[in-house]
Design a protein around this ligand. Sequence first.
Ligand code: LLP
Length: 423
Amino acid sequence: MAYTVDKNQLCVDGVALSDIADAVATPTYVYSADVMTTQYHNLENAMVRNLPADQQPLLCYACKANSNIAVLSLLRSLGSGLEIVSGGELHRGLRAGFNPKHIVMTGVGKQRQEIIDCLEAGIKQFNVESLPELEHIQNVASDIGKKATVVFRLNPNVSGGGHDKISTGRERDKFGLNLENVHNAYAMAQDMSHVEAIGLSMHIGSQVFQVLSFRKAFETLPDIVKGLRDKGYNVSSLDIGGGFPIQYNDEELLDLDAYAEWVGQIIAPLGTDIIMEPGRYLVGNAGVLLTKTLYTKHTRERDFLILDAAMNDLIRPTLYDAYHGIEKVSKDGEDEETFYDVVGPICETGDTFSKDRALPVMKTGDLVVIKEAGAYGMCMASNYNTRGLPAEVLVQDGAFHVIRKRQSVDEILDKDIVPDHLK
Ligand code: LLP
């Protein structure tokens, strides 16, 4: 994120966060189009440098990371494809104008209507995660007279991921098929009238900072591909997933070229099309959660900074003990620092963004940003404590645009139905 300070106010790409708070109120997610664009080009260019021109990957943005339709439209305009995990995400992608031929569907529990919608839209492929799911896709496709292109998600039994809850590549995780079942799946697909199997996919986890795990997982592929081809199966497409990490604090990260080099050295020689599913890398560093100090509270043991954002707006610290930078927006009188437990108003002790964080002394009304919140922030927000979902704003070319309105309490309450006998 390109932060600057102008007139003592923290700015994102030249726009003062205090102006956004005045216009849109808080809590609000603020995204930088510029950072998303730069990240996309960084990834694309690393691949250009390390892979043959005729094997450039299709980058299918994993929109579970941030699925606002304006964000999707921006990434689509850069040339991105899309990875989806639900019918809802399919419809977001279609509204954002993605070519269905650039959409891949993953997920362990694809449902009939989602499969129908994807087939009717004409998506590129389904990444299949179990044998019953393969049968289900065959049946649904046959019912509506369409052919489904599938790849099989291999579970390489490699550990990766920044937290146990976001590691997906171990055999004990619910994802993918082991090698034996990949062979079984190909054999089954051969006898299926409405399914065509064209390759494999893999995704070992998210925020994979033990980056050698990627290489380890890639290295399983050449033998497996050979084994399948020896049986006459078509392996012409490999989807190598997402998971590339970003910096939240002081993590030492692999440089992208090393990763791209492994793709070039291990995957490219297999002569397949290559798909990648980056999520966090494209949007994580591009967003902040802009929030306001409600109160400071001092007890004999701790000093609390109570914000108007809470775990319902950004659940990562509570759910994964994730670190997010926290910064005061106004740079006036920052000399004095103190240590705060930074919390939200929700009635759980777990509603804590950070413990013992060194920050300038704060007072009611002071704006604060919680940083690196562009991925898995808004899209995981909930209505817990009947709190409306935050607004979202995109900063682009020196101006800001509201890309999602704040949810009103009425919008939440209107969904509830009281049966007549309880009125
Ligand atoms: N492909 C598949 C099949 C996935 O399951 C995921 C993420 C991705 C791609 C994108 O991974 P990325 O490049 O963003 O690491 N809520 C968690 C992260 C969950 C990731 C789930 N799957 C968090 O806040 O850290």
